[in-house]
Write a protein that binds this ligand. Sequence first.
Ligand SMILES: Nc1ncnc2c1ncn2[C@@H]1O[C@H](COP(=O)(O)OP(=O)(O)OP(=O)(O)O)[C@@H](O)[C@H]1O
Ligand SMILES: [Mg+2]
Length: 157
Amino acid sequence: MEFTPPPYSLNSLKQIHRALFSQVYSWAGEVRFSAISKDETRFCSPERIAPEAAREFTKMGAVGWFEGYSRTDLVVAVAESYGTLNVVHPFREGNGRTQRILFEWLIVNAGYSINWELVDSEEWVNANIRSYLGDDGWLAHIFDRCIGEPITESEAL
Ligand SMILES: Nc1ncnc2c1ncn2[C@@H]1O[C@H](COP(=O)(O)OP(=O)(O)OP(=O)(O)O)[C@@H](O)[C@H]1O
Ligand SMILES: [Mg+2]
């Protein structure tokens, strides 16, 4: 998918979801209206999806979408926001793929590259569970590995 700059919102996630899954799900791009859980994790109740997403996107907008952050600060901020939006889990299925595209845009917009291939799905899911339980450190550890060095002007050209 083509990079899209901020501002981002729940609508951005819906657009990404629709682009990814419109051939697969009739409800692609639509927020779920039933409760869902995975293992011990109970995701956001349907009526809280819009307000909780708005709260997190407002927070990211208020800090300028992490633009100008040092790599260290970016890693921590992105881990926290990723974990929060994962718990919002707007869609019945496809949340991981949708959210990773949005975070790729956020990270690239902040001036860094991201390589998701440096994490496997077991470690990733575990880190998301830890985040749900209140510790974003595991996600931060993964982002520290997957986020590259600042993109230089010559690379961007
Ligand atoms: N037990 C759990 N607790 C919290 N978050 C979880 C748990 N299991 C998975 N996740 C998160 O949910 C995502 C999977 O959600 P979903 O199945 O809706 O999307 P997906 O696109 O099919 O996922 P993926 O491509 O990441 O496997 C994972 O990427 C992870 O971030
Ligand atoms: Mg899935």
